[in-house]
Design a protein around this ligand. Structure first.
Ligand code: GUN
Ligand code: FE
Length: 431
């Protein structure tokens, strides 16, 4: 029997829409050839011959998607958090990323990153590397080994990075990108390249235009940063004076993508009506990074408004501006941030519900990868099995309550097993 065909039994929870969480107490979820066949109270006859893994009282939820994370920043997460964005980049981030010119340094640091990503709630991630080809290929090699499914970008930056973190000019940056794409061509199954102009202050007009062209020619997706910080936005207006908004500047360079080849824009903290219209028109994804936006005093993105407008949204840790890769913690901060936006900024904008945030962490970001993020029939089978037995309670709790409790009090939720497209990629040896 195929290893990617089996049945899991346990406390199952998943989203079918942003408005509810479907649960089964001691239910079954079926995977055939890596594809989910649905969740059931009683196991249908046709699946009775499949191997059954009974997880008893443990919880089984879909794998989560971290839609924006910087691999080279993992080693300094949680440090230097009193600065705002532009000072944080020049003081901490750029000097750290410059070290990835040294492949031995990169190898060692990326081992920690890849191993920790394998052990957390994410089954998928969209990852920034650095501008260095060799280090980025090493990162891709290591991520491929984990069995996770990722997009990884060699970063483009030809201005404002300082002497140690700047490509010579647009031509050199574009040539390095082509060399990188050639070097990895056909090498990976689960690790895809994504074009990664860091943000407009890091990329000359010629470089941005070149990236837009390359994206079109090779049908490659793009990831970048948008409207994170007020000083950054003012700087972009100086750099691209003809733009009507930061999003429009990306649009002028043909880098906002299409619904078939969507661009991910991290943050959008200060995106107003025009940027919302542009994001929607292009079918772009917002990677909402609530932890990062708190840490760098950037602000709170009005996610309720973006959801109501029908813009694609996923959640993201944005390590190292976000301080951990724990998507459950990211869900909690997303909830808390939206509650404070409602209380302190605009009482017309209702807080996100727990159901909505669970949906964004699973299906919202998962949809960037296709049919991913839920246990509905036909979706790729990514699952995380969680042991919450250390969370003492005198109450009998529903599956829904246990998922919410885990989010608000994550310390005692232990990941037992993780599956990606039907393949077990991690198992805990301690429980
Ligand atoms: N904008 C440009 N680069 C970065 C980065 O590395 N982190 C964050 N949070 N914002 C950025
Ligand atoms: Fe970022």
């Amino acid at each position: 029997m195929k290893e990617t065909s089996f049945v899991l039994r346990g406390g199952i929870a998943f989203s079918e829409s942003p408005h509810g969480i479907t649960t089964y107490y001691r239910g079954y979820v079926v995977c055939v050839d890596g594809i989910c066949q649905g969740a059931f109270t009683d196991l249908p006859e046709e699946y009775k011959d499949l191997k059954l893994y009974d997880y008893g009282e443990r919880l089984i939820i879909p794998g989560m998607t971290d839609l924006h994370v910087h691999a080279p920043q993992y080693s300094f997460r949680g440090i230097g958090m009193d600065a705002e964005l532009l000072e944080w980049l020049s003081t901490y981030t750029f000097p750290e990323e410059a070290k990835y010119a040294d492949i031995e340094y990169a190898k060692k640091a990326y081992e920690y990153f890849a191993d920790d990503l394998k052990r957390c709630f994410s089954s998928r991630a969209v990852v920034f590397g650095t501008m260095h080809n060799e280090a980025t290929i090493e990162l891709m090699n290591q991520l491929e080994e984990t069995g996770l499914i990722t997009y990884v970008g060699k970063v483009n930056m030809d201005r404002n990075g300082g002497v140690d973190l700047e490509e010579k000019d647009a031509e050199a940056s574009l040539q390095a990108t082509i060399d990188w794409l050639e070097a990895i061509d056909g090498k990976f199954v689960n690790t895809k390249p994504i074009l990664t102009p860091r943000f407009i202050p890091s990329c000359s007009d010629d470089l941005m235009r070149g990236i837009g062209k390359l994206s079109k020619e090779r049908n490659l997706r793009i990831q970048s940063h948008l409207s994170e910080n007020v000083s950054e936005i003012a700087w972009v207006k100086e750099l691209v004076p003809e733009s009507t908004s930061y999003a429009n500047a990306y649009e002028l360079f043909d880098t906002m993508g299409t619904p078939e080849c969507p661009t991910i824009m991290a943050h959008c903290v200060h995106s107003g009506e025009e940027e919302m219209r542009i994001l929607k028109e292009h079918g772009a994804y917002i990677a909402h990074c609530a932890d990062s936006n708190m840490n760098l005093t950037s602000g709170i993105a009005p996610i309720r408004k973006f959801l109501d407008a029908g813009i694609n949204i996923g959640l993201a840790t944005d390590v190292a501006a976000g301080s951990s890769m724990n998507m459950i913690k990211t869900m909690l901060i997303t909830l808390q941030a939206s509650k404070m936006y409602y209380r302190l900024v605009d009482q017309e904008v209702k807080p996100l519900t727990f159901e909505e945030v669970f949906y964004l962490a699973t299906v919202g970001g998962g949809s960037y990868f296709g049919k991913v993020g839920t246990f509905k029939k036909g979706y790729e089978f990514d699952a995380v099995v969680i042991d919450d037995s250390k969370m003492f309670s005198m109450r009998d709790m529903s599956i829904r309550e246990r998922i919410e409790r885990m989010c608000y009090n994550d310390a005692d939720a232990i990941i037992k097993d993780k599956y990606v497209r039907g393949k077990k990629v991690f198992t805990s040896t301690t429980i």
